[in-house]
Design a protein around this ligand. Sequence first.
Ligand code: FES
Ligand code: FES
Length: 214
Amino acid sequence: MAGGVSRRIFLKSLGTSAVTAAALGADTVSQGLAQANAERAQGPGAVAVAFTVNGEKRTLMVEPRVTLLEALRGNLGLTGAKEACDRATCGACTVLLNDTPVYACSMLAIEAQGAAITTIEGLARDGKLTALQQAMVEQDGLQCGFCSPGMVMVLTALLRKNPHPTEAEVRRAIAGNLCRCGSYPRIVAATLAASGQKPVTQLNVISLHDHALA
Ligand code: FES
Ligand code: FES
């Protein structure tokens, strides 16, 4: 195990005498055991995974091969995060892990051990949309049901970290959420509106299209 020490090797090196443990100090011993436990091979059977999801503590028994996305959707019934590409390309599966957006299709549930996870289901409170969700509705910043949740999650993370992003920062934030049929300009506009700003760039393509239809 790379750069580490197995539990067996750690215990052997420690010896069995309390004197040795006392000499090393309780902290050193418990740190060594924690490290050895963390490095212990898991599975192939189900193992316990505990994390917080949308503010609620959840403990699951899942095989180590189960992705975080599968655990959220299959075990917890939280189907807001979508499986689209399943290979870290499209962003449809984006959830927040300790406030950082991650592709849930591309990490294992056991890697999220102890983390605080937020899914799209955890944003609205008592039926009240967040400012970003409301702005998405008002500015028509919609994509399909597969793409929208990931977009909202990644932009929620952006606004939490940076409440007044520039247009360029908004565009950079959604660079990992890919689709060729959505309304990116309106999503950018909605994000700026949610942060109390107006977009600098006009929605030229959409305006021309709107005029053509008029
Ligand atoms: S489903 Fe995870 S990035 Fe596409
Ligand atoms: S596939 Fe979802 S908006 Fe294009």
